[in-house]
Design a protein. Structure first.
Lengths: 339, 306
């Protein structure tokens, strides 16, 4: 069994912009994800961070097969999922599940919680009747919900409890990979910790692999083994968690980290803050060369002409002039430590 | 009973089943508090009972609705007679019993109104759901068809159809359904487009649910409230349209007792026979008013913001 569970290879997802009612035609394309390659190893949590609109949620939906990809391959457990149809696609759904951002929008308000959590068993014809009810109640107990609340409607639960319902539904088929799309960003901070602890406990118990998407840097730092930073549809840097947070090499990563608040006021005062100028450019017309160059503090002529590739090995940073951290990170963190 | 026995058995059962009131139960409770809606529902139930029990009612209180009362149906001048013991609501220009004809006319109005409402709702929901769910060329085709139907002058087409095919109840139902389904389909399509974008639809897809299951489990139940409101408000329109078509001679056979047909013929006699105009007109007004008030009540009851 390969140590890599998910392999994303040069994946792009473009959304056409249509104009015209009677004779619609594509006038432009939003390059939400534009050539992303990454690997998720079995049992690890890969965090993906980036600003709103950088394509991280689109990438998540490509990996779960919700969006057909425009280009590239996504191999999950040895199967290229981008060409699956019909029953094969349905089989694949059992292996990859998703936890959604909005605990209100992701549960049908007209259905009782028991039938929502029971959906996976019914759809895949695994259980029905009393057995279905028993399994649903087991799941509810597992995620810390009162199994007696089986007959309640989603509106009768708090945000955190609703997210637990979403977790129970995602867990039902014992998937290999769970894609968490901002699972806690809609919750109160006190509830965030509970849900994150639940996710970590479940990972240990069932050997789950997480693709964890968030814009909250501290949440990603807490849960992830490795972290990828996205900007305008591309990965600009990917590294072990400690290395990325302590010695960021891409100017964007550095700016992003410097913008996050720090609990220690002494440390906060000493910190150098990098304020990025300008807006994130439109993904309809991304800038030529390095996509970050119009806002990059250390951009030079070459950055506007030539797009920096993301190296396959070594320091995986897509930048012509990465931030000098004194020593190479690949030596600082032992190679293969995440496997 | 000793103290220990009391302690051993708690007075009330501590475990009550946790069973919430569903949105439908809540809506029902709200509807029952709406006096206008309850009154309208009572009136509608009465009218349905009248229609169903038409043979009995005419047997007890009236006469054969299609037969002329040769003995006491018309005045010496050949004019309709007013309400009397023999004819509770008078007679028409052919000496037929207006009460009996009005009672049987309720059957036509309700039958045509209900069938065309049901037919239009079923077709409208199906077309709107499919158009909203499968976007792209399919939605384009259905939406264009709906726009054409909505911009068509329905009375002219109904008259043409009656002139070429000949008037009948079936044709009436088809014409009314055809021109009302588009309005429902448009609303449903918009609703489906907004529901389709919800995350719980994505969740269902990521679980492996097929299109039919998503439409049945996640979309249709969320459509039920707006569709019920649309249908209850479509019913009075359909009843009025039925009478209009019959009035214009494009509906059912004029010999069959119907409110529209009675209205049509009574216009020539309203100066001498007010009852002949008022009975079908009043029933039509009462029925459509009750439908509209009930429809408004249902709309308010199903809207949780109120």
């Amino acid at each position: 069994m390969s140590s890599v569970l998910v392999s994303v290879d040069d994946v792009a997802k473009h959304f056409p912009i249509r104009r015209g009612v009677v004779f619609p035609k594509d006038v432009a394309r939003v390059r939400a994800v534009d050539g992303v390659s990454l690997e998720v190893k079995r049992g690890e949590t890969l965090g993906i961070v980036g600003e709103t609109g950088c394509g991280k949620s689109t990438l998540a939906r490509c990996v779960t097969g919700l969006h057909p990809v425009t280009k590239g391959r996504i191999v999950v457990d040895g199967t290229d999922i981008t060409r699956l149809r019909g029953t094969r696609l349905k089989e694949f759904r059992r292996d990859v599940q998703m936890i959604f951002q909005d605990p209100y929008g992701s549960l049908n308000p007209r259905r009782r919680v028991g039938s929502i959590i029971g959906d996976p068993f019914v759809i895949h014809k695994i259980a029905d009747g009393a057995a279905l009810r028993r399994r649903v109640q087991e799941l509810m107990e597992l995620v810390g919900l009162n199994p007696e609340h089986y007959n309640r409607f989603p509106a009768e639960f708090s945000g955190g409890q609703r997210q637990r319902i979403g977790v129970a539904r995602a867990l039902a088929l014992r998937p290999k990979l769970i894609v968490c799309d901002e699972p806690v960003s809609a919750l109160d901070v006190s509830i965030q910790a509970q849900v994150i602890n639940l996710l970590e406990d479940l990972q240990q118990e069932f050997g789950l692999t997480y693709l964890f998407i968030a814009h909250d840097l501290s949440v990603v730092r807490h849960v992830s083994d490795r972290v990828a930073v996205m900007y305008l549809g591309k990965i600009v840097e990917i590294a072990e968690r400690a290395a990325l947070y302590e010695r960021p090499r891409h100017p964007y990563t550095k700016a992003l980290l410097s913008a996050a608040s720090v609990a220690d006021p002494d440390l906060a005062r000493k910190r150098e803050r990098i304020l990025l100028t300008g807006e994130v450019p439109s993904p309809v017309q991304p800038p030529p060369g390095c996509r970050f160059h119009p806002r990059c503090p250390s951009a030079r002529d070459r950055c506007a002409r030539e797009e920096p590739p993301l190296p396959e090995r070594g320091d995986r940073v897509a930048c012509h002039f990465p931030v000098d951290t004194g020593s190479s990170r690949t030596r600082a963190s032992a190679p293969g430590s995440a496997t | 009973m000793t103290l220990t026995e009391l302690q051993a058995k708690p007075a009330a059962p501590a475990r009550t089943a946790v069973h919430a009131r569903s949105p439908w139960q809540l809506a029902w409770a709200r509807l029952r508090r709406d006096k206008a809606a309850v009154g309208s529902a009572v009136i509608l139930v009465l009218i349905v009972l009248i229609a169903v029990g038409a043979p009995l009612l005419t047997h007890w209180f009236g006469a054969d609705p299609t037969k002329t009362d040769a003995a006491g149906g018309l005045s010496g001048d050949g004019l309709p007679l007013g309400p009397s013991a023999a004819h509770l609501l008078g007679t028409d220009e052919l000496g037929r019993d207006v009460f009996s004809r009005a009672v049987y006319g309720a059957r036509v109005s309700l039958l045509v109104g209900l069938s065309s409402t049901v037919l239009a709702t079923v077709i409208g929901v199906a077309a709107g759901t499919l158009a909203g769910y499968f976007d792209g060329w399919f939605d384009g085709v259905i939406s264009r068809v709906l726009e054409i139907v909505l911009s068509f002058p329905y009375l002219i087409l109904a008259l043409v159809a009656a002139a070429t095919i000949g008037p009948s109840m079936t044709m009436e139902i088809v014409v009314i359904s055809f021109f009302s389904f588009a309005a429902i389909a448009r609303v449903v399509r918009g609703q489906v487009i907004s529901i389709r974008a919800r995350e719980y639809i994505e969740a269902a897809r990521s679980l492996g649910a097929g299109h039919l299951r998503i439409m049945r489990v996640d979309i249709l139940p969320n459509l039920l409230a707006p569709v019920i409101v649309l249908a209850t408000l479509l019913l009075p329109t359909a009843i009025v349209t039925e009478s209009t078509l019959t009035f214009l001679g494009a509906g059912i056979d004029i010999r069959t007792p119907s409110w529209g047909g009675m209205l049509s013929e009574s216009t020539q006699y309203y100066q001498v026979a007010w009852w002949y105009l008022f009975v079908p007109g009043g029933l039509l007004l009462l029925t459509t008013l009750a439908c509209n008030l009930l429809g408004d009540g249902v709309r308010d009851a199903l809207d949780p913001r109120r």
